[in-house]
Design a protein around this ligand. Structure first.
Ligand code: IMP
Ligand code: MG
Length: 172
């Protein structure tokens, strides 16, 4: 669906914007595990200003349908008070995860919370979500690769692929 080269080029563009917009904020990037590990690593190596990164976990997804249930946020050890936070997500689908996370993080009194998502399924949004940095808008179909998984498989693919259901047995 999106080649590794296109992903790389787009991530560089997002980094270039951040280099202008976030330079003097000393932001704390919060990468949401597991899906955002490629995005976070590739993005950050193109940032040329002082910034920090931490990894948190918040899974809400099983199989190919958004489960709708949200689990706890784990791994947050930094003080967020007065800080500029940039959430790094692989994909925003229903928007439930990101909404939950923003609400949760607001309890720690940050100065601002921005959202960067490599992929956005705008048609699937069930909440009005503002994503400050969008890599690609994608159709409402199941995707994998570049960190995104299908039942934990496919994260290692360097590009983004659409899942074909008849290939399910091959994956298994
Ligand atoms: P949301 O809460 O529905 O927005 O879902 C967000 C999370 O679901 C993402 O962080 C992904 O981990 C996962 N997810 C959503 N869509 C896909 C997909 O097409 N492929 C793989 N994971 C997905
Ligand atoms: Mg995720």
């Amino acid at each position: 669906m999106i080649s590794a080269e296109r992903v790389e080029a787009r991530v560089r563009e997002l980094a270039a914007r951040m280099n202008e917009e976030l330079r003097n904020k000393r932001p704390l990037f919060l990468a949401i595990l597991n899906g955002s590990f490629f995005f976070a690593a590739d993005l950050l190596r193109h940032l040329d200003f002082l910034c920090e990164i931490s990894f948190v976990k918040l899974a809400s997804y099983q199989g190919t349908h958004s489960a709708g249930k949200i689990r706890e946020l784990i791994g947050l050890n930094e003080s967020l008070r007065g800080r500029s936070i940039v959430i790094l997500e692989d994909i925003v689908d229903s928007g439930l995860t990101i909404t939950y996370l923003q609400d949760k993080l607001m309890e720690y009194s940050p100065q601002e919370i921005r959202v960067a998502a490599l992929l956005l399924k705008r048609e699937a949004l069930q909440r009005p979500v503002h994503v400050d940095y969008v890599g690609f808008e994608v159709p409402n179909i199941f995707l994998l690769g570049y960190g995104l998984d299908y039942d934990q498989l496919g994260r290692n693919l360097p590009g983004i692929y659409a899942l074909k259901l008849e290939s399910k047995t091959k994956l298994a």
